[in-house]
Design a binder for this molecule. Structure first.
Ligand SMILES: C[S@@+](CC[C@H](N)C(=O)[O-])C[C@H]1O[C@@H](n2cnc3c(N)ncnc32)[C@H](O)[C@@H]1O
Length: 194
């Protein structure tokens, strides 16, 4: 299931996929329709999982915040049966995750507002947009919430958009934030509790 072509073909064969693409895909580079370029985004998700492979344990539970089309969850099915998705309402993302039958629930990440959920071994937020304008105080509030949703030994992966990682790393690196790819940063349970 980790094979990019096989996963791409399976997604594109999903009943309703072609119709949804015909309705929404306008060929933009930045708009949400860009995620209909299935193969490219499956490849991104496969790479993300390969970097996280050493963390995976039996019954591994994952929460993906701001899941978009849900590619990370689909590729993750090769690793675990327990992946929940969270997002804000969005007409295209909602239609696609419904087609793909992904377990998504609605919750908005907002500065200084409790983020609530179950317990997970891995919490991810790739290509985040909710952190626009955030500084150390907003981050510390959010990280306290997600820390309390981690099982012992778990991790949080923050995937930064638009180089906001530089500001974050200035204060987070000394307490153990690790870069795992160009814009993705990993915080372990130990670092978050240190
Ligand atoms: C750039 S897309 C990234 C999608 C996916 N994570 C990926 O890497 O391909 C940003 C995602 O964050 C979601 N989002 C935007 N604001 C949010 C918020 N305040 N809380 C949670 N999700 C949010 C959007 O609906 C969208 O799914």
């Amino acid at each position: 299931m980790r094979d990019i072509e096989t996963i791409t073909a399976a997604i594109e064969a999903t009943p309703g996929w072609a119709e949804a693409k015909a309705k929404h895909f306008v060929g933009s580079k930045r708009g949400p329709d860009k995620y209909f370029r299935t193969r490219a985004w499956v490849e991104v998700a496969v790479r993300r999982w390969m970097a996280l492979e050493p963390l995976v344990t039996p019954n591994f539970k994952v929460l993906d915040i701001g899941a978009g089309f849900g590619y990370f969850a689909i590729v993750g099915k090769a690793y675990t049966d327990h992946i929940d998705l969270v997002d804000v309402p969005h007409p295209i993302y909602d239609e696609v995750t419904r087609l793909l039958e992904l377990p998504k629930y609605e919750q908005e990440v907002r500065a200084f507002t409790p983020f609530v959920g179950g317990r997970y071994d891995l919490i991810t937020a790739h290509r985040m947009v909710f952190d626009k304008g955030w500084g150390q105080d907003e981050w510390q509030y959010f990280l306290r919430d997600v820390r309390d949703m981690l099982n012992e030994g778990g991790s949080v992966v923050l995937g930064f958009n638009n180089r906001r990682d530089k500001r974050f790393m200035k204060w987070a690196e000394p307490f153990g934030a690790l870069r795992i790819s160009e814009h993705d940063v990993l915080l372990t349970y130990e670092a978050l509790n240190g």
